[in-house]
Write a protein that binds this ligand. Structure first.
Ligand code: FEO
Length: 385
């Protein structure tokens, strides 16, 4: 596949994977992207997951058409991209490996060699000329690992963005939900904790004129780039993306579920533009996480359980803390038959999150809704709408 006249896509699609990085459900598979720039000198960008070495090497050879590459640029050492460095070096022993100093330390750890006899260590703003194509390397620590670099090609105005601007899903399946849905779940799942670092990367690249973004996962982006850049500005700064309210809940016998359904109806009646209900025992946990970041207000509804909160809610809250959840409004509905304690526990867990406003107006249900608790829910809807 051609990205530009000189840049070819040589990545692979993975339809065998069940959980990406051991935790993210990827019903549409996953793409491990890799690229080659064919100029006076030839540079290959990153390799692919271990299981696809042969397919990737065949793609590379097809693009090279008998030539030999001069450089392997390793932007990220996570094994979904680095696992075939040894495969590459066995095939092309004279090619020079280009990476950050931290990446070479990891290469030694993963593969037993840091290629010290045939490598270039790059720092921020270092450059490499391939002929027409002049590459500038920028460090992007913690987007998503500390050794990450991204690369700008000033000739074709292409940003090779490593994990940034990536997305779940193989490239040979059309994503009917569009780019943002699985890109958002990917971003908050994988990089969410490092918003500040991702935001710094956006600032660094803002001086470049960019026509195309080549990420390590998901499609090559070459139209309407402001749309993607604006979304990334919102996500990396933890700003609210969409109007509306998300209700994340657990329910054991359906009584808490009835309460959140009533709240949803009342919110919509009061003019709230959108209400999303997430049953934390049944939805994909990382869909629930992305919704928590997407909306400015979240209602948490759960039961007291073993003098704590229901396990799916507890897991959800820790998933949010793990990713630096902040600057949002929270309301709590708790349900408890003999000693309701969920509100206290939720507040204690969320205490370490920054900038949360937890409303005093909550609702306590004892087993099932009463006329009184229904009124409290109606009142809550008026406050939140
Ligand atoms: Fe796609 Fe952080 O690896």
């Amino acid at each position: 596949m051609k990205v530009t006249n000189d840049i070819k896509y040589i990545g692979v699609n993975d339809h065998e994977i069940d959980l990406f990085e051991g935790q993210y459900d990827v019903p549409n598979g996953m793409a491990y992207n890799s690229y080659v720039i064919l100029d006076e000198k030839i540079a290959v960008f990153d390799t692919v997951d271990a299981r696809f070495g042969k397919e990737w090497l065949d793609n590379l050879k097809g693009a090279l058409d008998g030539k030999s590459p001069d450089y392997l640029i390793v932007q990220h050492m996570e094994p979904d991209h680095s696992s075939n460095i040894t495969t590459f070096k066995n095939e092309y022993p004279n090619a020079i490996v280009v990476a950050s100093d931290k990446a070479f330390v990891m290469m030694k750890q993963f593969f037993g060699s840091d290629y010290s006899d045939n490598r270039i260590i790059v720092k921020d703003n270092d450059t490499l000329s391939l002929g027409k194509h002049n590459l500038t390397f920028l460090t992007a620590p913690m987007v998503h690992w500390p050794e990450v670099i991204v690369t700008y090609d000033s000739y074709d105005k292409v940003l090779f963005s490593a994990d940034a601007f990536g997305k779940f899903g193989a490239l040979d399946i059309e994503d009917e939900d569009g780019w943002a849905c699985e890109a958002r779940r990917y971003y908050f799942g994988i990089v969410g904790k490092y918003g500040m670092q991702a935001s710094n990367l956006l600032k660094k690249v803002s001086t470049f004129e960019i026509n195309t973004i080549c990420p390590l996962h998901g499609p090559v982006l070459n139209e309407n780039l402001d749309y993607y850049l604006d979304l990334y500005k919102t996500w990396t700064s933890y700003e609210v993306e969409s109007e509306g309210i998300v209700i994340a809940y657990t329910s054991i016998y359906g009584n808490t579920k009835k309460a959140v359904e009533l709240l949803k109806d009342e919110l919509l009646k009061n003019g709230c533009p959108k209400v999303v209900l997430n049953d934390l025992a049944r939805v994909d946990m990382h869909e629930a996480v992305e919704d928590a970041f997407r909306y400015g207000t979240m209602v948490l509804a759960t039961t007291t359980y073993n003098n704590d909160i229901f396990p799916f809610m507890r897991e959800f809250l820790y998933e949010l803390l793990e990713r630096g959840y902040k600057n949002r409004k929270i309301a709590i509905i708790e349900n408890g038959t003999w000693a309701p304690n969920a509100r206290k526990r939720i507040k204690a867990i969320l205490d370490e999150a920054k900038g949360l406003e937890i409303l005093e107006n909550g609702v306590t249900i004892r087993s099932a809704m009463t006329e009184e608790s229904k009124k409290e829910i109606e009142e809550l809807a008026k406050i939140l709408k």
